[in-house]
Design a protein around this ligand. Structure first.
Ligand SMILES: [Zn+2]
Length: 315
Protein backbone atom coordinates (compact mmCIF):
# COMPACT_ATOMS: atom_id res chain seq x y z
CA UNK A 1 0.00 0.00 0.00
CA UNK A 2 1.41 3.35 -1.07
CA UNK A 3 0.42 4.82 2.26
CA UNK A 4 2.57 2.52 4.35
CA UNK A 5 5.93 4.33 4.29
CA UNK A 6 4.27 7.53 5.35
CA UNK A 7 2.30 5.85 8.07
CA UNK A 8 5.48 4.25 9.33
CA UNK A 9 7.24 7.62 9.26
CA UNK A 10 4.36 9.17 11.15
CA UNK A 11 4.34 6.49 13.77
CA UNK A 12 8.11 6.69 14.08
CA UNK A 13 7.78 10.44 14.46
CA UNK A 14 5.13 9.99 17.08
CA UNK A 15 7.19 7.41 18.90
CA UNK A 16 10.12 9.81 18.81
CA UNK A 17 7.91 12.51 20.24
CA UNK A 18 6.69 10.08 22.87
CA UNK A 19 3.15 10.27 21.55
CA UNK A 20 2.62 6.60 20.75
CA UNK A 21 1.54 6.13 24.33
CA UNK A 22 -1.64 7.96 23.36
CA UNK A 23 -3.70 5.07 21.96
CA UNK A 24 -2.03 5.04 18.52
CA UNK A 25 -4.94 3.37 16.82
CA UNK A 26 -7.24 6.24 17.63
CA UNK A 27 -4.59 8.92 17.27
CA UNK A 28 -5.67 11.40 14.59
CA UNK A 29 -2.04 11.64 13.49
CA UNK A 30 -2.05 8.02 12.39
CA UNK A 31 -5.38 8.13 10.56
CA UNK A 32 -5.42 11.68 9.22
CA UNK A 33 -7.80 14.48 10.05
CA UNK A 34 -11.35 14.17 8.78
CA UNK A 35 -11.27 16.69 5.94
CA UNK A 36 -14.04 17.60 3.49
CA UNK A 37 -13.62 18.73 -0.11
CA UNK A 38 -15.64 21.95 -0.28
CA UNK A 39 -14.68 22.88 -3.85
CA UNK A 40 -12.57 21.21 -6.52
CA UNK A 41 -9.17 20.66 -4.85
CA UNK A 42 -10.06 22.65 -1.72
CA UNK A 43 -10.19 20.72 1.54
CA UNK A 44 -11.24 21.81 5.01
CA UNK A 45 -10.97 20.45 8.51
CA UNK A 46 -13.46 22.06 10.86
CA UNK A 47 -12.22 22.42 14.44
CA UNK A 48 -14.52 22.21 17.44
CA UNK A 49 -15.67 25.45 19.07
CA UNK A 50 -14.10 24.66 22.44
CA UNK A 51 -11.10 25.75 24.46
CA UNK A 52 -8.04 23.64 23.56
CA UNK A 53 -7.78 20.55 25.78
CA UNK A 54 -5.81 17.28 25.79
CA UNK A 55 -9.01 15.53 24.74
CA UNK A 56 -9.57 17.57 21.56
CA UNK A 57 -5.80 17.55 20.76
CA UNK A 58 -5.97 21.34 20.52
CA UNK A 59 -7.93 20.88 17.28
CA UNK A 60 -10.15 23.92 17.76
CA UNK A 61 -9.32 25.97 14.65
CA UNK A 62 -10.35 25.38 11.04
CA UNK A 63 -7.53 24.23 8.78
CA UNK A 64 -7.35 23.50 5.08
CA UNK A 65 -5.32 22.75 2.01
CA UNK A 66 -5.48 23.54 -1.67
CA UNK A 67 -4.22 21.16 -4.35
CA UNK A 68 -2.77 22.59 -7.56
CA UNK A 69 -1.45 20.79 -10.64
CA UNK A 70 2.09 20.72 -9.23
CA UNK A 71 1.91 21.34 -5.52
CA UNK A 72 -0.15 21.69 -2.38
CA UNK A 73 -0.48 24.59 0.06
CA UNK A 74 -1.70 23.94 3.58
CA UNK A 75 -3.42 26.66 5.55
CA UNK A 76 -2.57 26.57 9.26
CA UNK A 77 -1.09 23.57 11.01
CA UNK A 78 -3.32 23.21 14.06
CA UNK A 79 -3.00 23.35 17.82
CA UNK A 80 -0.53 20.52 18.41
CA UNK A 81 2.12 18.52 16.59
CA UNK A 82 -0.32 15.59 16.65
CA UNK A 83 -2.84 17.70 14.75
CA UNK A 84 -0.21 18.98 12.30
CA UNK A 85 0.87 15.41 11.52
CA UNK A 86 -2.77 14.43 11.14
CA UNK A 87 -3.36 17.23 8.63
CA UNK A 88 -0.27 16.11 6.75
CA UNK A 89 -1.58 12.53 6.76
CA UNK A 90 -4.90 13.75 5.36
CA UNK A 91 -3.05 15.56 2.56
CA UNK A 92 -0.98 12.46 1.78
CA UNK A 93 -4.14 10.38 1.63
CA UNK A 94 -5.56 12.82 -0.93
CA UNK A 95 -2.67 13.54 -3.27
CA UNK A 96 0.97 12.63 -3.85
CA UNK A 97 1.88 16.17 -4.96
CA UNK A 98 4.44 17.85 -2.71
CA UNK A 99 3.31 20.11 0.13
CA UNK A 100 5.30 23.12 -0.97
CA UNK A 101 3.78 25.75 1.34
CA UNK A 102 2.25 26.13 4.75
CA UNK A 103 0.56 29.51 5.14
CA UNK A 104 0.16 30.67 8.74
CA UNK A 105 -2.90 32.91 9.01
CA UNK A 106 -1.58 34.41 12.28
CA UNK A 107 0.39 33.77 15.47
CA UNK A 108 -2.12 32.01 17.73
CA UNK A 109 -1.14 28.55 19.05
CA UNK A 110 -4.25 26.78 17.74
CA UNK A 111 -3.12 27.74 14.23
CA UNK A 112 0.67 27.24 14.41
CA UNK A 113 1.55 24.55 16.97
CA UNK A 114 1.73 21.91 14.23
CA UNK A 115 4.23 23.92 12.11
CA UNK A 116 7.16 21.57 12.81
CA UNK A 117 5.36 18.76 10.96
CA UNK A 118 5.29 20.87 7.78
CA UNK A 119 8.83 22.19 8.15
CA UNK A 120 10.04 18.59 8.49
CA UNK A 121 8.06 17.66 5.37
CA UNK A 122 9.98 20.34 3.43
CA UNK A 123 7.24 22.97 3.18
CA UNK A 124 8.10 26.67 3.06
CA UNK A 125 6.31 28.42 5.89
CA UNK A 126 4.68 31.68 4.85
CA UNK A 127 3.38 34.41 7.15
CA UNK A 128 2.71 38.10 7.72
CA UNK A 129 5.68 40.47 7.78
CA UNK A 130 4.95 40.99 11.52
CA UNK A 131 4.74 37.29 12.35
CA UNK A 132 8.45 36.68 13.14
CA UNK A 133 8.50 39.60 15.56
CA UNK A 134 5.20 38.55 17.17
CA UNK A 135 6.38 34.97 17.69
CA UNK A 136 9.75 36.13 18.99
CA UNK A 137 7.86 38.13 21.61
CA UNK A 138 5.14 35.61 22.43
CA UNK A 139 6.46 32.17 21.51
CA UNK A 140 8.00 31.25 24.86
CA UNK A 141 4.92 32.41 26.69
CA UNK A 142 2.71 30.31 24.41
CA UNK A 143 4.81 27.21 25.05
CA UNK A 144 4.63 27.77 28.80
CA UNK A 145 0.97 28.67 29.14
CA UNK A 146 -0.24 25.91 26.83
CA UNK A 147 1.72 23.35 28.79
CA UNK A 148 -0.87 23.86 31.49
CA UNK A 149 -3.79 23.79 29.05
CA UNK A 150 -2.78 20.90 26.77
CA UNK A 151 -0.72 18.85 29.23
CA UNK A 152 2.86 17.55 28.97
CA UNK A 153 2.00 14.62 26.68
CA UNK A 154 0.42 16.68 23.92
CA UNK A 155 3.06 19.43 24.19
CA UNK A 156 5.81 17.03 23.20
CA UNK A 157 7.47 18.01 19.93
CA UNK A 158 5.67 21.35 19.68
CA UNK A 159 8.02 24.10 18.55
CA UNK A 160 7.60 27.71 17.57
CA UNK A 161 8.61 27.59 13.91
CA UNK A 162 9.02 30.97 12.20
CA UNK A 163 8.00 31.68 8.61
CA UNK A 164 10.78 31.91 6.05
CA UNK A 165 8.67 33.65 3.40
CA UNK A 166 6.92 36.88 4.39
CA UNK A 167 3.84 38.62 3.05
CA UNK A 168 4.69 42.32 3.06
CA UNK A 169 1.40 43.43 1.56
CA UNK A 170 0.28 41.01 -1.14
CA UNK A 171 1.88 37.85 -2.42
CA UNK A 172 0.86 35.28 -5.02
CA UNK A 173 1.63 31.60 -4.65
CA UNK A 174 1.40 29.45 -7.77
CA UNK A 175 0.56 25.79 -7.21
CA UNK A 176 0.59 25.02 -10.94
CA UNK A 177 -2.41 26.39 -12.83
CA UNK A 178 -3.78 27.61 -9.52
CA UNK A 179 -2.91 30.91 -7.86
CA UNK A 180 -3.45 31.76 -4.22
CA UNK A 181 -3.61 35.47 -3.43
CA UNK A 182 -2.21 36.19 0.01
CA UNK A 183 -2.84 39.48 1.71
CA UNK A 184 -1.34 40.95 4.87
CA UNK A 185 -3.76 43.06 6.90
CA UNK A 186 -3.25 45.94 9.29
CA UNK A 187 -3.86 45.19 12.99
CA UNK A 188 -7.27 43.57 13.51
CA UNK A 189 -7.66 40.13 15.18
CA UNK A 190 -3.87 40.31 15.70
CA UNK A 191 -1.17 42.48 14.12
CA UNK A 192 -0.21 39.60 11.81
CA UNK A 193 -3.36 38.43 10.03
CA UNK A 194 -3.08 36.97 6.54
CA UNK A 195 -5.94 35.89 4.25
CA UNK A 196 -5.66 33.38 1.40
CA UNK A 197 -7.91 33.67 -1.64
CA UNK A 198 -8.04 30.78 -4.09
CA UNK A 199 -8.85 32.44 -7.41
CA UNK A 200 -9.94 29.20 -9.16
CA UNK A 201 -12.60 28.17 -6.65
CA UNK A 202 -13.35 31.65 -5.25
CA UNK A 203 -12.91 30.28 -1.74
CA UNK A 204 -11.45 32.66 0.84
CA UNK A 205 -9.53 31.33 3.85
CA UNK A 206 -10.00 34.22 6.25
CA UNK A 207 -8.14 32.91 9.30
CA UNK A 208 -9.40 34.58 12.46
CA UNK A 209 -10.45 37.73 10.63
CA UNK A 210 -13.79 35.90 10.48
CA UNK A 211 -15.48 34.08 13.35
CA UNK A 212 -18.77 32.19 13.12
CA UNK A 213 -20.56 30.78 16.15
CA UNK A 214 -17.38 31.02 18.26
CA UNK A 215 -17.20 34.50 19.76
CA UNK A 216 -14.53 36.65 18.05
CA UNK A 217 -11.37 37.09 20.11
CA UNK A 218 -9.51 40.37 20.06
CA UNK A 219 -5.71 40.46 20.26
CA UNK A 220 -5.00 43.34 17.88
CA UNK A 221 -7.26 46.33 17.25
CA UNK A 222 -11.05 46.46 17.38
CA UNK A 223 -11.12 49.72 15.43
CA UNK A 224 -8.64 48.34 12.89
CA UNK A 225 -10.75 45.20 12.47
CA UNK A 226 -13.97 47.19 12.00
CA UNK A 227 -12.30 49.63 9.63
CA UNK A 228 -10.99 46.86 7.36
CA UNK A 229 -14.24 44.91 7.10
CA UNK A 230 -15.36 46.73 3.94
CA UNK A 231 -12.03 45.82 2.28
CA UNK A 232 -12.46 42.22 3.40
CA UNK A 233 -16.04 42.18 2.11
CA UNK A 234 -14.82 43.41 -1.27
CA UNK A 235 -12.87 40.21 -1.91
CA UNK A 236 -14.89 38.55 -4.69
CA UNK A 237 -15.21 35.18 -2.92
CA UNK A 238 -18.30 33.03 -3.12
CA UNK A 239 -17.53 31.17 0.11
CA UNK A 240 -15.37 31.66 3.17
CA UNK A 241 -13.58 29.35 5.55
CA UNK A 242 -13.60 31.21 8.88
CA UNK A 243 -10.89 30.61 11.45
CA UNK A 244 -13.50 29.14 13.76
CA UNK A 245 -17.03 27.87 13.22
CA UNK A 246 -19.10 26.53 10.34
CA UNK A 247 -17.08 26.11 7.13
CA UNK A 248 -17.67 26.92 4.38
CA UNK A 249 -20.07 29.83 4.76
CA UNK A 250 -21.60 32.37 2.39
CA UNK A 251 -19.55 35.43 1.58
CA UNK A 252 -19.71 38.25 2.53
CA UNK A 253 -22.78 37.45 4.67
CA UNK A 254 -20.48 35.57 7.07
CA UNK A 255 -19.18 38.94 8.26
CA UNK A 256 -22.55 40.09 9.58
CA UNK A 257 -22.67 38.39 13.01
CA UNK A 258 -19.24 39.59 14.09
CA UNK A 259 -19.91 43.08 12.79
CA UNK A 260 -23.02 43.16 14.96
CA UNK A 261 -21.01 41.97 17.99
CA UNK A 262 -18.32 44.58 17.42
CA UNK A 263 -20.99 47.27 17.14
CA UNK A 264 -22.61 46.31 20.45
CA UNK A 265 -19.27 45.95 22.24
CA UNK A 266 -17.90 49.27 20.97
CA UNK A 267 -21.21 51.04 21.61
CA UNK A 268 -21.39 49.83 25.23
CA UNK A 269 -17.78 50.76 25.87
CA UNK A 270 -18.08 54.23 24.34
CA UNK A 271 -21.09 54.87 26.54
CA UNK A 272 -19.25 53.67 29.63
CA UNK A 273 -16.19 55.77 28.81
CA UNK A 274 -18.37 58.86 28.25
CA UNK A 275 -20.07 58.26 31.60
CA UNK A 276 -16.71 57.88 33.36
CA UNK A 277 -17.31 54.23 34.25
CA UNK A 278 -13.95 52.67 35.14
CA UNK A 279 -12.57 49.84 33.02
CA UNK A 280 -12.95 47.14 35.68
CA UNK A 281 -16.66 47.84 35.95
CA UNK A 282 -17.39 48.59 32.29
CA UNK A 283 -15.99 45.29 31.02
CA UNK A 284 -18.42 43.31 33.21
CA UNK A 285 -21.41 44.48 31.21
CA UNK A 286 -20.08 45.58 27.80
CA UNK A 287 -21.32 43.37 24.95
CA UNK A 288 -23.75 41.51 27.24
CA UNK A 289 -26.66 41.67 24.77
CA UNK A 290 -24.64 39.35 22.49
CA UNK A 291 -24.12 36.64 25.10
CA UNK A 292 -26.64 34.13 23.76
CA UNK A 293 -25.49 34.53 20.17
CA UNK A 294 -22.01 33.03 20.68
CA UNK A 295 -20.18 30.01 22.00
CA UNK A 296 -17.36 30.69 24.50
CA UNK A 297 -18.73 34.18 25.19
CA UNK A 298 -17.97 33.91 28.92
CA UNK A 299 -14.43 32.75 28.21
CA UNK A 300 -13.50 35.65 25.95
CA UNK A 301 -15.87 38.62 26.06
CA UNK A 302 -14.41 40.30 29.11
CA UNK A 303 -10.92 40.02 27.69
CA UNK A 304 -12.15 41.52 24.42
CA UNK A 305 -13.83 44.36 26.31
CA UNK A 306 -10.67 45.04 28.30
CA UNK A 307 -8.55 45.29 25.16
CA UNK A 308 -11.14 47.44 23.39
CA UNK A 309 -11.69 49.81 26.34
CA UNK A 310 -8.05 50.86 26.30
CA UNK A 311 -8.25 51.50 22.57
CA UNK A 312 -11.56 53.39 22.64
CA UNK A 313 -10.51 55.53 25.58
CA UNK A 314 -7.99 57.25 23.30
CA UNK A 315 -10.31 57.75 20.33
ZN1 LIG B 1 -6.60 33.63 16.57
Amino acid sequence: MAFDPLRRALLTGLAGAGLLALAPRQSPAATGLAVREIADGVFVFQGVSEMATPKNHGAVANLGFVVGREAVAAIDSGGSLVEGLALLAAIRATTDRPVRFLVATHMHPDHIFGNAAFRDAGATIVGHRNLPRALAARGDHYLKSYRRQLGEELMKGIEIVLPSMLVEDRLEIDLGGRVLELRAWEAAHTDNDVTIYDVSSKVLFAGDLVFLGHVPTLDGSLLGWMRQIPQLAAIPARAVVAGHGEAPADWPAALDPQLRYFGVLAGDLRQAIAAGTPLAKAVKTAGRAERDAWKLFDEYNERNATAAYAELEWE
